[in-house]
Design a binder for this molecule. Sequence first.
Ligand SMILES: O=P(O)(O)OC[C@H]1O[C@](O)(CO)[C@@H](O)[C@@H]1O
Length: 557
Amino acid sequence: MSTGKPATQYKAWKKLQELHSSKQSQLVLKELFNSDSKRFSTYSKEFKASSPDVSILLDYSKNLIDEEVLSTLFNLAREASVELFRDDMFAGKHINTSEDRAVLHVALRNPPADQGGFKINEAGVDEVHGVLQHIKEFSESVRSGSWKGYTGKPIDTVVNIGIGGSDLGPVMVCEALKHYSKRDLKSYFVSNIDGTDLAEVLKLCNTETTLFIVASKTFTTQETITNAESAKAWFLEKAKDQAHVAKHFVALSTNAKAVTAFGISESNMFAFWDWVGGRYSLWSAIGLSIALSIGYDNFQELLNGAHELDKHFKTAPLEENLPVILALVGIWYNDFYGAQTQALLPYDQYLKKFADYFQQGDMESNGKSVTKDGSRVDYETGPIIWGQSGTNGQHAFYQLIHQGTKLIPADFLAPVETLNPISGGKHHEILLSNFFAQPEALAFGKTEQEVREELGPEASKNAALVKSKIFEGNKPTNSILFQKLTPGTLGALVALYEHKIHVQGAIWGINSYDQMGVELGKVLAKNILKQLGNETDVKGHDSSTTGLIHYYQKNRK
Ligand SMILES: O=P(O)(O)OC[C@H]1O[C@](O)(CO)[C@@H](O)[C@@H]1O
């Protein structure tokens, strides 16, 4: 079990503080590379899955680290019992201590034990493959057209209604694997309680050929249930008969009682279990919209790729372990350099939702300030995650990363092979040249002398221009090159970042698997909703909140 101890109590933590003060001026990428011709081979590792097209190269040589820093970071991981905590997760121990739950997304992509899967003891784990079979049969019947709507027509539109983990995973994966999708089966996602979200999607749907997936672990989430009720009302306006709901509404949930109360029969429910965290649920029944879009075999490939990375995380020594390396390098900047954010920059248009997805994955997991034993941390925990696909980001926010005042560690991701080699592969070569150039520019910058040489005589006339063109460099990055964006590769990439989050949470001593921080706003909103009818009901708020509600009440039509 994670020690739950404040991280500052580890000897390695104190040593890292000392190293940061004593070595900062020596950790200059230009010098580190000049003095070591083997730096790339020392600080890069390749993960290869058994499937030949799934491989990931992690180059972490452009980080502000040397052997001493790195070995102290690994000592930190050992002192914080990262290996034990990892093994506890795989064994089904209740590492989500505040909710007394196991954390077993790894069980969702685990093959049966006789096919090399991990042995995991927890109620529900032996039902995983039964639910996968249900997903397979159902998705195949919809995709083949044998599942018919209430007027006998096949389904041509799927609408997933869910929010947070019941939306972001399927949205990200369906976008990332669009290349493999069935183009005549349209997928839409409705998440926001803002009626615009549902209304705009319904304009594109036909009641006779639309399947609604109500995705909610708890089946109590206000946004999802309200959207699902409104979608059902829209459907019944046309279909009339309640019995037709069975052909057009299915549920993905752990709450069978609430699902049947909503009017969806248990035979149309795809189950999962309390040990599947919302933001780790795309591998579960929550992935039904993925299986419908890309087909069950591809969905299985996604699970297989994640499982291969799980095996790597479980068995590779810490020094060879990609999620551990990413986690430790991230802690170095987050806790010793004071970096506030971490950018995720995929040079693959299909991964344009990757950063959005890991905003929840990372920030809901590690946005905590109390350790498992209840102490307030006196160090930084989870970073702010942000980013977007390259090269769009270059023309938007990279200026600040290159020349701003903030340190922004960034992960660059790109495929060796594109799935769309248009114009003889020209686009991909240009894309990759940017993927290679940006980390290089960030690391090595441009000196005043180089600027002066470039400007020629102009330089002596315009000192300010010279200064504005200097790139200080020494900005750290990881570069991640994968072979190509197959379902298996995507599964491995997502698992890589999931386990990175796990390792960081273990070192910070926090519970990465609850999300108490989203509760207060929900409770207050429910209370305010009851007061919106009449001005006289608005009670118990500060003057600002009261003033805003009164303004709304006066001006609404
Ligand atoms: O699947 P549910 O129960 O509707 O919850 C949706 C989301 O709400 C949260 O509980 C809080 O935002 C997330 O963790 C979860 O992914």
